[in-house]
Design a protein around this ligand. Sequence first.
Ligand code: MBD
Ligand code: FE
Length: 290
Amino acid sequence: MTTQQHTQASEARAADSGAQASSRFKDRISANRNEQPIDHERVDLLATKAITALTDIIEEEQVSYDEYNALKAWLIKVGEDGEWPLFLDVWLEHAVEEVATSHRDGSKGTIEGPYYVEDAPEHQWNGEMPMRDDEPGTPFQFKSKVTAVDGTPLSGAKLEMWHADEYGLYSQFAPGIPEWNLRATFLANEDGEFDISTIRPAPYQIPTEGACGQLIAAAGWHAWRPAHIHVKVSAPGYELLTAQLYFPGDEHNDDDIASAVKPELMLDPQPAEDGEGEQVQYDFVLDPER
Ligand code: MBD
Ligand code: FE
């Protein structure tokens, strides 16, 4: 395949990713439904505040019927395109994540995003991310140690990792990629360590063909997220850490469309000591469960 053919194929397939995230999310929610009673006071408070914030904008900005109808049509399209998870995770999740983790003393986290899949197959602490025989990309060796805030190594730690391929596509959300490609759960050694072989992911452009892309084009924004590796780090008795790790020098580290970059999440890749590619050490500190 030429580069141009590959770009065209990637664009066609990226279009499905936003919609895939919708059906995935619905499955996950119905599987985990724990019949919580409705907190009517809280719904009243939050719904009233949300409606008031919007009506304030309408008055302040003198919003017209044409603008109101454009919004209506666009909201309908977000649903039709299956892009609500994409929209919410790109523009709102970062604020929810800050609220959820502000009490922590351990490692900083960031948003999960729309492309996590639970229960990725398990591998040993020094395993390789599942990848195709001809998987393109720079080899990347990821070393890590997981400790508690008091410094105790956590031998029971699990590290789930998922990331895009060299073309910015995620398995299970873009067709034609093996199911668990570049997704895995690693189990720590007795010192809480990991030594994982993978490839460097490419920067990610959110699908441009759907409602979210339409908004981005209409507003004159860009659709890029910097290259990133997603992780979930856990250990029995400790709070789950959800994070993304970034690469210095990426063009979009300072203007991530999803506002999910933090300085603490920047990797420091070095040339690999043995073999080709790069290696990095990045450690995690977990907070005890409250
Ligand atoms: C991604 O890969 C991602 O991580 C987020 C947060 C939003 C869209 C695509
Ligand atoms: Fe991502």
